[in-house]
Design a protein around this ligand. Sequence first.
Ligand SMILES: Cc1cc2nc3c(=O)[nH]c(=O)nc-3n(C[C@H](O)[C@H](O)[C@H](O)COP(=O)(O)OP(=O)(O)OC[C@H]3O[C@@H](n4cnc5c(N)ncnc54)[C@H](O)[C@@H]3O)c2cc1C
Length: 325
Amino acid sequence: MSQCYKRPAHWLQLRQFRKTNMHDVIIIGAGPAGLSTAFWCDELRLDTLVLEQAEQVGGQLHRVYNPIENYLGLKARNGQELLEHFTKDVDSADFDLWTQVDIESVDLKARRISLRSGEDLQSIAIVIAAGVRPRELGVPGEKEFIGKGMIESGARDRQLFAGKDVCVVGGGDAAVENALLLAEVCPTVTLVHRGKKLRARRELAERLQPNNCITVFTESVLTRILGAEEVEGVEIQRKEGLKPFQLAVRGVLIRIGVEPNTQLFRDQIETDEKGFITVNSQQETSVSMVFAVGDVSNPQAPTISSATGAGATAAKVIASRLNAR
Ligand SMILES: Cc1cc2nc3c(=O)[nH]c(=O)nc-3n(C[C@H](O)[C@H](O)[C@H](O)COP(=O)(O)OP(=O)(O)OC[C@H]3O[C@@H](n4cnc5c(N)ncnc54)[C@H](O)[C@@H]3O)c2cc1C
């Protein structure tokens, strides 16, 4: 079974050869939302091009190491396995997909996209399916210790950190879930959260209390990750005005939320204060014939189901707009 989805090179060349740079629909991003939009656009016979910046399609599915048990009709051991199901369907669809694309600029009103490789593309509709990325803490050591003690996922990495003291930063579901997972194998887990109360669902937060190896510091911030070659400790500032203290840990996991990938569009389109694109029930944005689907426009309910559903909605609305022309 293939690990990732990529069109065969000869197929891509053939398809690009007979295309002009004008399309009915250009989709930016090939995560679940973008793939679903493309799949539906193909079903509706729209000439569609998908632009993906990564080497592989799938978006966040590559970072899901937990079993996926909440996607109706399909269970998967992890994101990779679900992606394999998606790509079987997408493989038989007839749309263009360019991976490793670097978009230089987008003029949403004119629906024109310029790539750093020199191509200029134009479409009748644009669908933004650019998803989200993990928010960074922005402290010294965070980048320097990637692969040297920074934990990407409790589900994936916990055997690597078994027997070691670790620190988790964040107070939402993801942070608490990861702290609980790590607590199964680590002697101590320190959870650091800047707010007064954890934001995680009650049933998760309640599981923290009887757990002797988890210490929760609220109203606290992690200010530095310490170490020579690898992570050896963290510096924590408890409540403003108090002196920071150092704690010896061998692993740090940061889960402080996500940021939408909207840098390219932000000054052209209506967003909320965090940069998530505002859409109506038809996935339309504030710019005519520009749609947004998936996590990039759905901070309230970012799930695979809502992402794929939004893709179907956008494609159907675009098709009906084009038919009405
Ligand atoms: C650890 C983890 C566990 C999860 N578990 C579950 C679960 O159990 N159930 C569930 O329903 N959901 C789960 N999710 C959430 C789910 O993965 C997301 O809701 C879903 O992937 C959103 O799909 P998307 O297409 O909107 O965005 P993404 O998956 O973020 O995909 C966006 C794509 O756009 C691309 N892109 C971004 N900017 C550009 C650009 N400028 N040009 C071209 N391409 C661009 C990105 O490279 C990416 O491929 C989990 C997420 C994580 C991180």
